[in-house]
Design a binder for this molecule. Structure first.
Ligand code: SF4
Length: 355
């Protein structure tokens, strides 16, 4: 009989499995902590479980990490893994370190159906959704690499944040993403605070409110253009969910979050396409119209082989940022990270090997 994989099971499901093999309920908590607090992958190391229980677990269950096919560390210490799951499908996960903390950027699908024109992943068709376990285990691989087990206190963590911005559109896989983020934020396990998790979407409007109601994490919108005409040119999803719908869904997210959560609008700076002062003014008008508590993240474009867009000049990006800031919005310019290993935003792809 095939063994049941434990990584990706919710607390309730672990409790059910423990009941199924005739063990007392408190064993579920112990097992949960071995898996998610201590990161143990070997049943024999679960020292507070009886020998008999360990034998039962070994017989019926598995604890699997994805296979690391390749990994690269860039000059700026950005760390990228090419991971393979049991069916041979591959995705990329990236750790982006800051001085004393850092974010793990996780993927949610193999490929992506949204097809943004500027995105390397988008040029690769969707193959399948990742399971909750496959999403959670990406973070666990990063923790293994930096030996952050058991879960350290907040102050001492290098892997302090999670950004759901890797391959795939998370709101095209909401069930597994919700389940995975609940596991990752559980205080008795991996314990990444919801305030330190950001889910980024291309704007699947009907699903945006669930980021507040079902998960309670921060929201980022890949906006990249100030009007429907331009946005549809680079993001075909805009024809399905135009800006009006996306902005209304953002209002709803903020209402449901108690109006105290700013939404980050990601804005990729593309030369002569969306980077003029007129574009900045139109963007400001859009935010004012919908009264969104917003901040911007201006992203210098990282070209990849075969793409047809060019990055804006530094002067253009700075001028654009200043216009937004003069209007009262935070608009930092993101420092490109991991460019030399194609680990920067929009560059991920599950190729056969890392090049
Ligand atoms: S930017 Fe995100 S949503 Fe768009 S194609 Fe790339 S992975 Fe998909």
């Amino acid at each position: 009989m095939a063994k049941t994989e434990l990584i990706g099971l919710s607390k309730e499901e672990i409790a059910q499995e423990i009941a199924k093999i005739g063990e007392k309920p408190f064993r579920a908590k112990q097992l949960w902590q071995w898996l998610y607090l201590k990161g143990v992958t070997d049943f024999d190391k679960m020292s507070n479980l009886s020998k008999e229980l360990r034998a039962k677990l070994k017989e019926n269950y598995s604890i699997t990490r994805p296979k690391i096919v390749a990994e690269q560390i860039s000059k700026d210490k950005t760390h990228k893994w090419l991971l393979e799951f049991s069916d041979g499908q591959r995705i990329e996960t990236v750790y982006i370190p800051e001085e004393d903390r850092g974010a793990v950027c996780i993927s949610t699908q193999v490929g992506c159906a949204v097809g943004c024109k500027f995105c390397h992943t988008g040029s690769q068709k969707i193959t399948r959704n990742l399971t909750a376990g496959e999403i959670v285990s990406q973070f666990m691989v990063a923790r293994d690499a930096y030996q952050e087990w058991p879960t350290p206190t907040d102050e001492t963590r290098y892997l302090s944040n999670i950004v759901v911005m890797g391959m795939g559109e998370p709101l095209h896989n909401p069930e597994n993403v919700v389940k995975a983020l609940k596991i990752l934020s559980d205080g008795e396990g991996i314990a990444i605070s919801k305030r330190k998790i950001t889910l980024s979407t291309s704007g699947i409007a009907p699903k945006i409110p669930l980021v507040a109601t079902d998960i309670g994490v921060k929201l980022a919108i890949s906006l990249h253009a100030p009007n429907n005409e331009k946005r549809s040119q680079i993001m075909p999803i805009n024809d399905r969910y135009p800006l009006e719908e996306v902005m209304k869904a953002c209002q709803e997210y903020q209402r449901l979050s108690g109006h105290n959560r700013f939404i980050t609008f990601e804005y990729l700076m593309l030369k002569d396409f969306n980077d003029t002062p007129d574009d900045a003014h139109e963007l400001i008008e859009l935010m004012k119209k919908y009264k969104i508590g917003a901040k911007f993240n201006l992203i210098p474009f990282n070209p990849w082989p075969g793409c047809s867009y060019e990055p804006s000049s530094n002067n253009r990006v700075r001028a654009f940022s200043k216009l937004l800031e003069d209007a009262g919005y935070e608009a930092p310019i993101r420092v490109a990270r991991g460019q030399d290993i194609l680990a920067a935003c929009g560059q991920l792809k599950s190729k056969k090997s890392l090049d």
